[in-house]
Write a protein that binds this ligand. Structure first.
Ligand code: C2O
Length: 578
């Protein structure tokens, strides 16, 4: 098994040159990982449950690679559930087969089967993550995916003394698969989680959890790089460290213009790198590292707080003993109010691309195709003879342009590649709502959505502008939209209804932030641009998992270009069958 982060470093030099040299020519090496999907008993909050894990680890193993490397990850399924793994934020240039969303780019891996995910990391470096992409299995199957710059290439900021991945998650005492299947059956909202976690640990603010506390041990006078990842299912999170300033340097594995702040906001699907400079002298105190939700919707939510501890290591030559550390005063950060949308707006407006010679912001300046999508909740009728727990006895649903997306029983990418799309999907996803209305005004009486499996088809290299508009149909709510296969530039955002006559004049086409997941503001809109230079079928969905389950998802089909390197490669031989 080769699961260690840098297996190649142990390879004797002669082997290195013989075996690895051909790939070095392409700028990277090949790294092998083995993921055994298996059950493991895990205890948190005094509840023990058997859950689906990778290699028995929770959170799962860390993948560490360099820009230019090729990854070969063999996933073997030993559990009863179907499984697939998504490499969230990896562009998968020409290798859409390895992207992972079940029934979109592949059929899931069935019990007893395996699949090797095979892809090369091209032109990306920074913090990403991987997670299961079928039903709610990502609640326990997730881990960091760290891409270091190429050898000898420095960060565009102070070289950190240490790097620490911090991955947020959500813990249910119950089986999350039972939680989502109950919600989909009753039509009501899902049972909320019992805790948030930092690196799998809920921390001391929960009952029976003090021993499960994340500790960040630091030395005075050093710079630490924290690689923050929000792998929670249904909650955007505020994050802060008491008495320490965060310098934001990267978002979704793209460097940003550094800025200082006390608290950051991170939505599910987003990653953020921050630097902290520790105090120059041993501070005689310990500090809480906390996260809790930012909430805009009307439903119930887990309003608890996860805490970890930032602890200064006792200097060896000092008068402080390890025993005295325990009695030190503890400082707690003050986080914004749960519904502090103005904080959210202010924070996101600070994020700007470096837009330098080395890291240019290649914002499409001319747009080939404009799209306007509404995103939000709605309802489906209750089945006869049933009582449903959604709004007014209906079932909760969610949609894009009022289409609640239904996954097919085969994979979209295969259907496309083999010319068998008939009966699987329609290529006519609407580029704007059929019936325009006052999206953020008084809610309509008719909350019904339509169901369908419809794609937008784009010729290779189309430059796209997409405005995503929140709706107030069932209450305004922020939606973190994630696009597979691309980074996009966030060129504008605002509140109320998007005005196509006035708002584009205010777009930032110079240094907008480049990312893969963006929060559509609650009761507002966001405009993004990207170039469709990656052939394949690319999922786009709300990264609040319950909204994805309810249908807030769709897919783009990007056709092959003319040149050989503009075509989707043929599927791997071991691609799972449905
Ligand atoms: Cu991180 Cu389609 O997801």
């Amino acid at each position: 098994m080769c699961v260690s982060p840098f297996p190649s470093l142990a390879v004797p030099a002669f082997l290195f040159s013989m075996v690895i040299f051909p790939q070095l020519a392409l700028g990277g090496i090949t790294r092998h990982y083995h993921f055994d999907i298996k059950y493991e008993n895990v205890t948190r909050l005094c509840h023990t449950k058997s859950m689906v894990t990778v290699n028995g680890q929770f959170p799962g193993p860390r993948i560490v690679a360099r820009e230019g490397d090729r990854l070969l990850i063999k996933v073997v399924n030993h559990v009863q559930n179907n499984i697939s793994i998504h490499w969230h934020g990896i562009r998968q240039l020409q290798t859409g087969w390895a992207d992972g969303p079940a029934y979109v780019t592949q059929c899931p891996i069935q019990t007893g089967q395996s699949f090797v995910y095979n892809y090369t990391i091209v032109g990306q470096r920074g913090t990403l993550f991987w997670h299961a992409h079928v039903s709610w299995l990502r609640s326990t199957v997730y881990g960091p995916l760290i891409i270091l710059p190429k050898h000898g290439v420095p960060y565009p900021f102070t070289k950190p003394y240490k790097e620490v991945p911090i991955i947020f998650g959500e813990w249910w005492n119950a089986d999350p698969e039972a939680v989502i299947s109950q919600a989909l059956q009753t039509g009501g909202g899902p049972n909320v989680s019992d805790a948030y976690t930092i690196n799998g640990l809920p921390g001391p603010l929960y009952n029976c959890s003090a021993k499960d506390t994340f500790k960040l041990k630091v030395k005075p006078g050093k710079t630490y790089l924290l690689r923050l990842i929000n792998a929670a299912l249904n909650d955007e999170l505020f994050f802060s460290i008491a008495n320490h300033t965060l310098t934001v340097v990267e978002a979704d594995a793209v460097y940003v213009k550094p800025f200082e702040i006390n608290t950051i906001l991170i939505t599910p699907g987003q990653t953020t790198n921050v630097l902290i400079k520790t105090k120059s002298h041993y501070p005689n105190a310990t500090f809480f590292v906390t996260a809790r939700p930012y909430v805009t919707g009307l439903g119930t939510f887990d309003n608890s707080t996860v805490a970890g501890i930032l602890e200064y290591e006792v200097p060896t030559n000092s008068l402080h003993s390890a025993a005295s550390v325990k009695k030190l005063p503890l400082f707690k950060p003050i986080l914004p109010a749960l519904n502090d949308t103005s904080f959210a707006t202010n924070f996101t407006s600070k994020l700007r691309s470096l837009a330098s010679a080395k890291f240019p912001a290649n914002v499409p300046q001319k747009v080939d195709r404009h799209f306007f999508f509404t995103v939000g909740l709605g309802t489906n009728p209750c089945q006869k003879n049933q009582t449903c727990q959604g709004p007014n006895g209906t079932m909760f649903a969610a949609s894009v342009n009022n289409i609640s997306f239904t996954l097919p029983t085969t994979a979209l990418l295969q259907a496309h590649f083999f010319g068998q799309s008939q009966g699987v999907y329609s290529p006519y996803f609407p580029s704007s709502p059929f019936i325009p209305f006052n999206y953020t005004g008084t809610p309509l009486n008719n909350t019904m959505v339509g169901d369908g499996t419809e794609l937008v088809v784009l010729p290779f290299n189309t430059s796209v502008e997409l405005v995503m508009q929140d709706t107030s149909i069932l209450g305004a709510e922020s939606h973190p939209l994630h696009l597979h296969g691309f980074n996009f530039f966030v060129v504008g955002q605002g509140f109320g209804n998007f005005d196509p006559n006035k708002d584009p004049a205010k777009f930032n086409l110079v240094d907008p932030v480049e990312r893969n997941t963006v929060g559509v503001p609650s009761g507002g809109w966001v405009a993004i641009r990207f170039r469709a230079d990656n052939p394949g079928v690319w999922f786009m969905h709300c990264h609040l998992e319950i909204h994805t389950s309810w249908g807030l998802k769709m897919a783009w089909l990007v056709l092959d270009g003319k040149l050989p390197n503009q075509k989707l490669l043929p599927p791997p031989k071991d691609l799972p069958k449905c």
